[in-house]
Design a protein. Structure first.
Ligand SMILES: Cc1ncc(COP(=O)(O)O)c(C=O)c1O
Ligand SMILES: Cc1ncc(COP(=O)(O)O)c(C=O)c1O
Lengths: 477, 489, 489, 477
């Protein structure tokens, strides 16, 4: 067992675990059941399987741990992963999650239920999703929302597919380089085999935003990130109107937490460009900031909202309100003719299981925060990042990289390799941000910073002082 | 029940849940800011807790009901998996935090990879796919990448049996393939002649579930594999039904080249009312370079995520991070609590329960779809005879089961069996529960004869009566807005 | 519902929850070992989880229902208090682990002591009592210890108003005192003349709740204090109703010498279907040496439990350890989330809710017990007139409220008001909820006239119909044994 | 604010928190409510309170923290209290508690319900208590159980009061010195003012158990601990028969976890002492081992079971099964005429709130463990303590103090002050046991050890090696 860690070996014993965790059968019951079946023994139940396919017990697998043993092992591992003062954002954000959120959604009734196909026995999940859809549609300023996609990056890919299906004429999609590089990579994987051409748009090195392109062939959709990957605010109105004027769809890629204060995609554009309908057509993004823990990256969820005209292009599940036999309101999965279990090869997507429990958490989260809570959290993130950026850029060797407006995240440039500085900060228990130099070498020693509402003044000071220390050492050396 | 929005009162706030004040946004230009207020509830913490606690009680779930939903493997989700996966050390870690800060997490995932490799008999695995369907996507994309890498670009078709789950054809289409459907024979096996007819140089591969969604083991699997391989195609295994053979038959041994595993089925992670799932994809040697990213590599104490630099031929990334980490932890914990023997017992007792339930139902007069076959971990009964006699449909029957306190089996899938119920008890249910279910089935069958209206208008004891699906689709009401209150129970 | 024992099957085990094997007991003599098997369920983990999850749904609770139970302060129990008090670092600590291993815990308790001292206006506090009644015991024992310490051993009586909670006289008796009951006047105040008559050199003290359990503030409290003090007695404050005056009136300022606080009421810790509660006891300067042990002392970074060596005159220990630590942590967290101003707001809004509900019920025709008085945080209505007219009792009315989805108010307490309902809405309920409650009250009052049988036989929509209490007491069935299954719903 | 810790100050701000956590009222609602009441403002609602009693806001109290702030504070504190390898028992025992236990009982329906006075709306709590009563009665081998007392020590005091009430002739109660000193202290506090005389019985210094007394005046009850505070097994049969022969009641003080393997109190005695009814009359003890976390000592619970003849002397709540109007089974509080809210000054006790939620946990715990689980846990504790004792007493300077049988705990004697050794072990992260020298100076450097089922072979080895190291240093010095 070369892949077993030393710890694992210590935790197991060589003794055979002859009992059956989670299986309730007693020997007497097994005998009675076999008799009803008319089978001599359990092995007989596998007698239709070609004998040469049946394998022996797998010696390489460890013996069972009881709950006490696995508890100790996982506690050790969780403690080992420790507690860090985190300033990384870049698509995943540390926010306070009210204790009520996960206490409620891990109730067995939500946690251990299946997809609500039997509507009458699933009104809890269904009504909750209907409430979720309402919240997300309103937050993004669009008409309808589905019941979630896997995550923000894959949701963007589905939005691209949706837009291309809706456009019919072109399969070109424009994605600015100010969209997260990982999102761009994901889109490419997912749309790769459907003949879609992804064109990347350059950014202005001064503002870190996407200029309105001068000239473009016909294209199906433009993706507009807001705030963009650098935390810079794009000219969403100009870009929206430009794309609409060319008959393309606009896909807004947004951090939903920031929509407490930033203009919702449904209201982008509409500046006196006569004859052009304003507002993004589709909005998508990562739902994690609304109640999902960081958890090394998942489970999070992707949200997807759109205009009513696009609803039949929507992938994934939709819940609708209807009436029961007595005329009372009730909820059910609807418009299923879009989905794989009905439409099979012609479905809008192959998605089946989604991120149900995470949107349940998100719904409770949004209910607890309400419009004012969302507004305050977004503003606090902005204020904290602004304060941190100001403090850090007051240090010698640190400067703000972009002009223009940033929100919630910002980029600073250092006088030495970012990796080396981050290493130093880790000695002080600080995760100092996201190193941009791998994905954007042209930006030099660029560091993406994020200080959410979870950071206190003392935290910001600690970061600043530690960075000052690290940079000064380098300077004297 | 009222909607949460109907509890909303302008100006009400759950103050403990928000920063003390509204920080200034003066530095931002007006035209980028929001002017209207989003329609989120303005509620107190008690409003919210009470609403969602009450709402939860309107669900059936494993923790409250027997849930024999075929093809879904609704087994007990151990509570320890939940609490241990939600330890603060795991919850608080940022996906971009350096690997050195996540050795506890990465070690668990690495070991999970190894466990999955062992039980599937494949060469390598990627945990990245976030559900079965995404695993399928990754698998078929790898098939395509493999053919492409060999310059074999004329392969444009994926073969799928008619009993396949909808995700199979949908996935093939997403990967740019044309779907060729092949029929099932009377015993529930793939029609070999039909297969031979459609296979050819245009065949990229075949997707198969084994045991199939008909609840039987495909006995000619080795022949099928050799036909497809012979034609130059690859074999995809839809692992949704792995629970039936876990530890006994390895998909790798059956000749499959690529496989996904629904951890939310076989590995007991919760379905969460729709998700999150997890659909790791495993491959034979020749497909290893194409596995989706990231994957966990390295060695004990120095595990890390492998990326494009490590695996330049990968089909790429399927999501922003590394799959559904919290689900993966739950699956890992489950696997460790079962151990090698325990994993093997899963299939044994899932099969026992299915065959017992099948025998009992048959003995009490229900019609089996495949009466000559063993059940795998699930089986199908058809109510066609009852329907013809009484007009009671499988759907009516299913709804009436809810009144008896049982979640209904899967209805009308697979589509080729008329008026079917696909029944999967799973290994974690006891004989007493199965017997009680049989009692309910008998009682409803009697009601169908004696009081058919009672069954046709079921359910009668749930929070709502039968819902009008047609109305839902015809007049879609997908979001609420102020003034749209309506009669509620 | 079946009992858990009825799910039991000989030989079934939740294996993941036990050591792998039975260790040998060979070293122990036969005659000290158990021969029979105790009647514990033999069940699987799923059996147990499903049973107790389903069972939970047969409870009303704050998290699911409005629960205006007078004298019980059923306010929202913040969920954060639960999760933070249950962090592993707190749960795993042994009570005898050295103080240095518990500074996080001890700091929280020390600060809670300080908060309680501030809000009560007393000199010192002990967190040791595990509920209100134990706080009372400690308080009266201190009164006795104080008299004893002064050689004043002729004091044999404790005075208690007739409206007092039963724990007051019961406590006095446990401390060896004779109880002298004094009547209440028509306005709900203590009858001063009666008090003057019973007070004397035999008076050890008087126990009083203020606001009283009649829902009114005892306005003559200063006069009462001076009468009792003048006679050489001490004043005990039953703090069960502290929610009504928290942060506004300090018991110390009213002249009380000793007081207990029900943290599970005023400080929002859960009632847990019966407990655990917590009843810290606070005293004025002269009683400080007698406080029960342990108490938290020391200074920041070096807190520790004070014991007999530190406090030789203490009345002693009330339990094996230091009170209900987990409850104390919850109360501390609650207090910190409210802060000084928030604690003060509690009384203000609890009083607003009570007075609003009282006004609305009066305006719709219900009879108040004390129509000329302000409500404190609770108030009493009497259904005597209705009873005389229709035969509907307060109990019938209460049971019918359950059908409307409201927990009943306290019935038949205090005993001096006939057919009474003692109603305490608490500050965490919204106007909308109070209005809905009034609607239900009106509807039932109408039913009482129009369909009295409906009310008399209520409840109709709960898991059981009206239970036979007489039978329960006459033929006590207190434990189950095999063969005692009976008809269940 | 001299008592505020530095941390506290850092966490708060001077800003005024003008909003109302947990209070839902909006200004408009307050105005509408005041109008209905006919009061001009909120202050008017306090107008019956003498003005001189109304105080000003309390400046010494801290400002409110939001949930995010208190979460960080409490996480810091919990982490500070840390993780120790614990070998202390002495009345509180570290056991594995299945994850399901507290996940279930902290469901709002159990957690936030009141005492089940409205039976029809409380069948969940009531049925659970009935199940609990059944389990505890069976475990102790007696007829009935109440629905809990505060803890083991106070329950022992109530048991003493019960026995004295039942006996009528004597108020003397015999308590061996092998009962926990803290339990003895608690009993004294609680029974002090009811004229009860507590007589302490000496123990045999060789066996650490209580010899059957030679001569005693008439007494009401004898308390018999099993295992006793030293972990030694008393001659429960001999003591029971001796007390019964003298017309006294027997109160068994037991660790319920050990009843998985030790003879239950209901079966003590009965050795051919003709004419004497065998078995303890009352059993009591600390319920913590059955599912309550250590939690620095609480909330735990005391259990109390007795013979049917004593049920009307029982303090606390009892749940009975009865019928509803349709003849179906249901549960309700019963025999309330014993209790303070009915009988007032004549009640059996003043107890009102008990430890409801903890016994709920205990009921789920016992259901999960079943008879076999309990048996195994008890045996594993015994085997681990035995193994540890054997390993430690193989070290020079360590010897077993008592002869005879011990169970689950044991006493060793060291060659130097225990406090000093424990200090050394703490350096290695080990809490090495309970120092007996304070309470039993006559025993010398005596240390009470406990290794429950939670300890692995590696843990025992770690303890042994660390102790060896500490003792050897002393020896060379
Ligand atoms: C046979 C089969 N294949 C694939 C899937 C898709 O899996 P997922 O829902 O995880 O995407 C399912 C799920 O129901 C299934 O039953
Ligand atoms: C007025 C009054 N005093 C004392 C008590 C006793 O408190 P506890 O139940 O915490 O022992 C109560 C509890 O209901 C009460 O209402």
């Amino acid at each position: 067992m070369p892949w077993l860690t030393a710890h694992w070996l210590k935790q197991t014993t060589t003794e055979k675990f002859v009992e059956m965790p989670f299986i309730p059968h007693t020997p007497a019951e097994v005998a009675a059941m076999l008799e009803i079946i008319g089978a001599p023994d359990l092995d007989a139940l596998f007698d239709e399987i070609p004998a040469d396919l049946i394998g022996l017990p797998d010696a390489a697998l460890p013996v069972a741990l009881n709950e006490m043993e696995i508890t100790r092992l996982m506690h050790d591992r969780a403690v080992q992963d420790g507690r860090w003062l985190n300033f990384i954002g870049a698509g995943g954000y540390e926010h306070h999650i009210p204790a009520a959120v996960w206490q409620i959604v891990t109730r067995g009734e939500y946690y251990s239920a299946y997809t609500p196909y039997q509507a009458e026995a699933s009104q809890g999940s269904l009504q909750l999703i209907y409430e979720y859809q309402t919240m997300m549609a309103s937050l993004t300023g669009l008409d309808v929302s589905n019941a979630s996609m896997y995550d923000g990056a894959s949701a963007l890919a589905e939005a691209v597919l949706m837009a291309v299906r809706a456009h019919k004429l072109s399969t070109r999609v424009l994605i600015p380089k100010t969209v997260s590089p990982i999102y761009r990579a994901t889109v490419k994987t997912i749309v790769a085999y459907q003949g879609i051409e992804v064109v990347e748009l350059p950014y202005d090195p001064v503002t870190g935003t996407t200029p309105v392109p001068q000239n473009e062939d016909v294209f199906a959709a433009l993706v507009i990130p807001q705030p963009n990957f650098f935390g810079q605010l794009e000219d969403v109105d100009g870009l929206t109107d430009w794309a609409h004027a060319r008959g393309a769809k606009v896909i807004a890629l947004v951090n939903p937490m920031t929509l407490g204060v930033l203009k919702p995609p449904g209201q982008w554009g509409m500046r006196d460009v006569s004859g052009v309908q304003g507002g993004a057509d589709i909005a998508t993004g990562e739902g994690q900031p609304l109640g999902a823990p960081l958890s090394s990256g998942g489970p999070w969820y992707g949200f997807l909202t759109c205009r009513t005209v696009l609803v039949r292009q929507m992938p994934g599940r939709l819940v609708g309100r209807t009436r029961d036999a007595d005329g009372h309101a009730g909820y059910t999965l609807t418009l299923q003719a879009r989905e794989q279990h009905i439409r099979r090869a012609k479905a809008t997507s192959n998605i089946c299981s989604n991120q149900g429990l995470v949107i349940a958490a998100s719904t409770v989260f949004m209910s607890l925060l309400g419009p004012e809570g969302l507004r305050r959290v977004a503003s606090a993130c902005h204020a904290n990042t602004r304060a941190l950026t100001t403090a850090l850029t007051a240090l010698p060797g640190v400067r703000r990289l972009f002009s223009g407006n940033s929100f919630h995240e910002s980029v600073v440039q250092l006088d030495r390799p970012v990796a080396q500085v981050l290493q130093g900060l880790m000695q002080a228990g600080i995760l100092g941000g996201y190193d941009l130099s791998q994905d954007y070498p042209e930006l030099g020693h660029a560091l993406l910073l994020c200080a959410t509402e979870t950071k206190t003044v003392a935290d910001l000071t600690r970061y600043t002082e530690q960075l000052a220390g690290i940079l000064s050492v380098g300077q004297t050396a | 029940m009222k909607l949460i929005f109907e509890h909303s009162v302008a100006g009400r706030r759950a103050v403990a849940q928000m920063p003390r004040r509204l920080d200034s946004l003066d530095d931002l230009p007006e035209h980028l800011l929001r002017r209207d207020e989003p329609l989120l509830p303005q509620a107190s913490e008690l409003d919210v807790v009470r609403h969602y606690t009450q709402l939860s009680q309107r669900n059936f779930s494993i923790d409250t009901h027997f849930y024999p939903l075929g093809s879904c493997t609704m087994k007990y989700n151990p509570r320890a998996c939940n609490s241990l996966a939600m330890l603060p050390g795991f919850l608080d870690r940022h996906p971009f935090a350096p690997a050195v800060t996540g050795q506890g997490y990465l070690t668990s995932l690495y070991e999970l990879q190894q466990i999955l490799i062992e039980v599937t008999g494949m060469a390598a695995v990627s945990l990245a796919p976030m559900a079965g369907a995404q695993g399928e996507f990754a698998g078929v994309a790898m098939i395509r990448a493999w053919h492409d890498s060999r310059g074999d670009t004329a392969r444009t078709e994926i073969i799928v049996p008619d009993a396949a789950h909808g995700t199979n054809p949908a996935t093939a289409a997403m990967c740019g393939y044309t779907v060729r459907e092949i029929p099932t024979d009377a015993q529930g096996n793939v029609d070999l002649d039909a297969l031979k007819k459609v296979v050819g140089p245009q065949t990229a591969g075949l997707m198969l579930t084994n045991p199939s969604t008909l609840g039987v083991f495909e006995q000619q699997i080795q022949a099928i594999a050799s036909i497809v391989h012979h034609a130059g195609g690859l074999l995809y295994y839809d692992g949704a039904n792995l629970n039936a053979i876990l530890g006994w038959v390895k998909p790798g041994d059956m000749g499959f080249d690529v496989i996904h595993i629904n951890l939310h089925k076989t590995f007991a992670t919760p379905h969460g009312g729709g998700g999150p799932g997890s659909g790791p994809v495993a491959v034979s040697e020749r497909l290893v370079p194409f596995l989706p990213l990231p994957r966990v590599g390295g060695e004990s104490g120095h595990y890390r995520m492998l990326d494009e630099r490590d695996c330049p031929r990968s089909i790429g990334r399927l999501s922003g991070n590394h799959g559904n980490g919290g689900v993966l932890l739950r699956a890992y914990i489950y696997a460790r609590m079962l151990g090698g023997e325990g994993l093997r017992r899963v299939a044994r007792y899932a099969t026992l329960n299915a065959n017992y339930l099948m025998a009992r139902l048959q003995q009490t007069g229900f019609d089996l779809a495949f009466p000559k076959r063993r059940a795998s971990h699930e089986f199908i009964i058809t109510l066609k005879r009852l329907k013809d006699q009484t007009g009671i449909s499988a759907m009516d029957f299913a709804k009436r089961l809810l009144d008896y306190g049982f979640h209904a089996p899967t209805t009308y899938f697979p589509m080729l069996v008329p008026e079917c119920l696909l029944i999967e008890p799973t290994e974690t249910e006891s004989k007493a529960t199965l017997d009680a279910f049989v009692d309910a089935m008998i009682a409803i069958a009697q009601e169908a004869q004696a009081q058919p209206e009672l069954v046709k208008t079921a359910p009668h004891t749930l929070p709502v009566r039968r819902l009008d699906d047609v109305r839902a689709a015809r007049e879609p009401d997908l979001v609420w807005s102020v003034g749209r209150e309506c009669a509620v129970r």
